[in-house]
Design a protein around this ligand. Structure first.
Ligand SMILES: C[S@@+](CC[C@H](N)C(=O)[O-])C[C@H]1O[C@@H](n2cnc3c(N)ncnc32)[C@H](O)[C@@H]1O
Length: 345
């Protein structure tokens, strides 16, 4: 039995091991409120490696120095008293949804998704909800959104609708058990022990939310800046130099998941991934702090490694892997997919 496991199982019930417990990965994941139902487990059948001691599992992101959430008096939510109403463009939370009218090719069992409803006597309103509303696919992200890079707008704490409002999928958190496992050639990876459906929310990418200046300091301190980049995600979905919100005008905040994060920090890259990251907004006043939510873009059988494309959305013309000069300094991609681009960065 590896040393970390031995310490946890034989000594952590005893008095006087508090500091050790704080630094124990098993104790950290056991403290997740979802542990009994959707545990995170760690398994290594490849070699003797254990997770780095410097890594700490967390439930949610922490805000670094200089990162401020919006003050309570500026937070606003919807006034819908019936969660059903939180699927239409009349819900304040869905005001910014950019709707296109093309129909979803696989939405035939939920064909209201793109139609206009007219309840008796009520004004016309349009369903702009990001998720399927009915049937077996209820709560799964619609394929039109899955193939887009549109943000997802959800109801949240400041809304009048209840906790069971259907438009709070990401807020309700991860509903799948995840297993961090040792891969044969790419360090740790992540899989689930249950089947995951296309459009299903998997988990958020969390970490320390830091200013752009701090992110650059950390890049500079890192031995190879691009290696640090792999853990840094810019919260730039709403960045706009002309924005009326000055927090969106400048360089965006970034999430650093290298040392403090959740299980998704161990998800590897694939050029043909089964997950994609979406920007998810709760309170519109907190767009500068939007979530990074991972959803399945196809059905994923239990045990299959979960992956996302680290450079999703990067135009092929910007791809350094196409430049033979740059290739010699780049890291080989080991995703083994048919359309592998050959290099990670
Ligand atoms: C965010 S981490 C993922 C977890 C990582 N495997 C670990 O053990 O901590 C990113 C690192 O994983 C490795 N990696 C991820 N995807 C890879 C791929 N497709 N090919 C080669 N290495 C990969 C690279 O070393 C990369 O720097």
């Amino acid at each position: 039995m590896e040393e970390a496991t031995r310490q946890h199982f034989f000594h952590h019930g005893e008095e006087g091991h508090e500091a050790e417990k704080r630094n124990c990965h098993f104790c950290q994941i056991r403290s997740f409120t979802t542990h009994a139902q959707y545990p995170v487990t760690i398994i290594n059948t490849e070699d003797d490696e254990v997770l780095r001691a410097s890594f700490h599992f967390m439930h949610s992101s922490v805000l670094g120095k200089g990162v401020e959430p919006t003050r309570e008096e500026f937070l606003t939510g919807c006034e819908c008293t019936d969660g059903e109403d939180c699927q239409y463009d009349t819900c304040n939370c869905l005001q910014d949804v950019e709707e296109d009218d093309s129909s979803d090719d696989d939405d035939d069992d939920d064909d209201e998704a793109a139609t206009t409803d007219s309840p008796h006597g009520a004004p016309y309103r349009k369903r702009v909800y990001a998720y399927h509303a009915h049937g077996a696919k209820a709560g799964l992200l619609r394929s039109k959104i899955l193939t887009s890079r549109n943000p997802i707008y959800e109801c949240h704490e400041s809304c009048a609708c209840g906790k069971d409002c259907p438009n709070r999928v990401v807020e309700r958190g991860r509903k799948v058990p995840l297993q961090i496992f040792r891969t044969a050639n790419r360090g740790w990876g992540v899989r689930s022990t249950v089947d995951i459906k296309k459009g299903q929310f998997v988990d958020k990418y969390i970490g320390e939310v830091i200013t752009a200046e701090e992110a650059n300091r950390r890049r500079a301190r890192s031995h190879i800046a691009q290696r640090k980049d792999v853990y840094l995600f810019a919260l730039d979905k709403f960045s706009d130099p002309d924005s009326l919100d000055e927090r969106l005008q400048g360089p965006p905040l970034e999430v650093d998941g290298e040392y403090k994060s959740g299980p998704t920090r161990f998800v590897n890259h694939s050029c043909e991934p089964n997950l994609r990251i979406f920007a998810r907004v709760g309170d519109h006043a907190d767009k500068h702090l939007h979530d990074l939510a991972l959803f399945a873009i196809r059905d994923i059988p239990r045990g299959e490694e979960l992956t996302f494309d680290y450079v999703d959305g990067v135009d092929d013309s910007e791809n350094d892997a196409l430049d033979p000069e740059k290739q010699k300094d780049m890291t080989h991609c080991l995703c083994r997919s048919k359309s592998c681009r050959g290099y990670l960065w």
